[in-house]
Design a protein around this ligand. Sequence first.
Ligand code: CO
Length: 511
Amino acid sequence: MATEATADDTDDASDAPDAYDALLDRVQRWNAVGSASGVLGWDQQVMMPEGGTPARSKQLSALSSVHHDMVTDDETGELLDELDDADLTDAQAAVVREVRREYERADAVPVELVEEISETGSEALQAWEEAKAEDDFDEFAPYLEKHVELKREYAEHIDPDRDPYEVLFEEFEPCLSMERAESILTELREALVPMIGDIRDSDVELAVDTFEGTFPEETQEELSREALELVGYDFDRGRLDVSSHPFTAGNQFDCRVTTRFDETDPLGAVGSTVHEFGHAQYNLGLPKEQFGTPLGQSRDLSVHESQSRLWENHVGRSRAFWEQFLPVFQEHFPQTEEATVQDAYEAFNQVYEDNFIRVEADELTYHLHIVIRFEIERDLIRGDLAVEDVPEVWNDKYEEYLGIRPETDSEGCLQDIHWSHGNFGYFPTYSLGSVMAAQLFDAAEDEIDDLDAKVADGDFDDLREWLDENVHRHGSRYETNELVKRATGEEFTANAFLDYVDEKYGELYGI
Ligand code: CO
């Protein structure tokens, strides 16, 4: 079997069929258009004055339609047909597989429907903002209803014979089966609901007040830069800026991160900076010579999120990391000079069992916020739940899984932006990423001598290299489960994550 092929056949374009070269050339051009949109998007969120919006919207929409036309052009289809039975290396076959998937999806859906969804998105976004501010779900409901209908229609164009939610999930996660994803989410629910109940009943008091007080934003920004220096961010190929929602944008040559600051929550900024570093490190580790081809592009959202969560949770929230970082922190914020590494560890890992808001959740309850959204959107798209029933079902699930009941829809089903964009199937990728992070980190710990001691020493070279070697350099060559299997020797499951949280929170809360 040729599955043992390694990087040595990736680049051998010399004997590739002409149709392959022609296809690759097209793909690189449309991906250049895509990455140019990315720069404009970054600028819009970080630098652009507010007045620039009308021009920027037109620029982005023009590029998006150029991109769509290039992907769906007849020639793309003809080249793919020609390559149907061609003799290709494993790497070339992976490229063709990725391009074919993109082409078939784009080609299946009528442009008018794509445009209608995009217009509904703009209206829905505005309605959602108002509904959230006024705590009035009824104002948003008709738009959510419209999105559900349009997205069902969208899924039907792609494959009328399959579960529409599965088809939509594949938009974000084309290389991971819904069955595996659903079984992981179910395992999370079954394990975490009782664990969080036990934490609620535990009388352990963590040292959470050590980091209370006011922490000026400018100093937090200096600290974020130091954190990035420490973990090894390449500032020659990146930069740090501030935006209202932290994000990462770019490629192997230029990948930028943003973070945000809250004067009362300096640990939050450290966490989100290190999180975005993990995303950036992935893109920066993609092979340079494959820029613009699927072999030079990251795998899908769950794999991307696995990289950010690995750095945020398994590095940034570890005791070892704080042995190195606490003195740096205290230098910037002398008011915490009494704090110990254990205090920092406890403060950073406390469980907020009474919190309603997903983006403010801890590492543990976070997944129940996701499971709730997943179950609701799945049932909406499958036609098993009516839009008007969403608020009540939402609150019931919060009560059942987390033991809390939101009193308003603003802090309930109106809190997230995703559904106003018509993004159904996106939420699960967050949890899947965390679960994957635990499995990858477990394997890295097995293979790197004294990783914990190295982290405590501020030496992250081996970990960065392990991730490059096992994840980043492959781009989209392998499908998700295959990538995880190659990196860890096991299928992608929740086992490592569940062991990790069991041990960590068992010790923290004495449960
Ligand atoms: Co992320």
